[in-house]
Design a protein around this ligand. Structure first.
Ligand code: HEC
Length: 189
């Protein structure tokens, strides 16, 4: 009798603690709904800001694929992991917030200065959710046609639409660290 109770207890412990440790190990900054869509990340302007590439329309025949500024952030726990190991961990989230070019002149000189928020993209690395994607990265867009509102959820985009270019040209595990001095400076420190 005691033996059976012990067995039941250890079984329950495996189930309970097993699950808890999986959730704990994940500690991720993203959530998906029951349809497998990514819920728009919140609070990312308080994450780690890694860089701000600019691809203005007026240098791209008026049709840059991601017009203007891209403010790129990584979630803080994944940044800590990158600092320690030089790798992007399971659950890493990048957010790329698109910002229009506001002014082209400032008291400091002529240039490109940020205007308004016009879109939001994100990438998530998860072997658990995206086992078939290259590097387990999935790509999402919350941008809408009017560039004023954002979609509350997004489905993963086809591999050819986004991942292929990242795989071909990005320096580190499909992330364009060559344009993010913050990540290069921190890598594996
Ligand atoms: C033709 C190449 C190309 C395609 C296609 C592409 N990207 Fe990128 N992406 C880049 C480059 C280059 C950067 C870094 C420089 C920049 O932002 O201009 C970048 C940066 C990003 C970042 C910031 C994190 C990182 O990996 O560097 C996100 C998020 C992102 N892209 C999402 C997307 C999404 C979503 C799609 C599909 C809708 C997409 N990308 C399609 C070239 C591409």
């Amino acid at each position: 009798m005691f033996k059976i109770r012990l067995m039941i207890f250890s079984l329950a412990a495996t189930v309970i603690f097993g699950q808890t440790s999986v959730v704990g190990a994940e500690d991720t900054a993203f959530s998906m709904n029951e349809k497998g869509e990514l819920i728009k990340p919140e609070g990312y302007r308080e994450w780690i800001y890694v860089g701000a590439p600019v691809t203005p329309n007026d240098m791209n025949d008026g049709k840059a694929p991601f017009p203007e500024f891209h403010n790129v952030y990584i979630d803080p726990a994944s940044y800590q992991h990158w600092k320690k190991t030089g790798k992007f961990r399971e659950g890493t989230v990048f957010v790329k917030e698109l910002v229009s070019v506001g002014s082209k002149a400032a008291p400091s000189g002529n240039g490109y200065f940020m205007g308004d928020f016009i879109g939001l993209e994100a990438t998530v690395k998860s072997a658990k959710h995206f086992p078939k994607e290259p590097g387990n990265w999935a790509f999402f867009s919350f941008t809408t046609k009017d560039h004023k509102t954002l979609k509350p959820t997004a489905t993963a985009l086809p591999t050819e639409a986004c991942a292929a270019c990242h795989k071909a040209s990005a320096a580190d595990d499909m992330v364009f660290t060559q344009y993010y001095p913050v990540l290069r400076a921190a890598k594996g420190k």
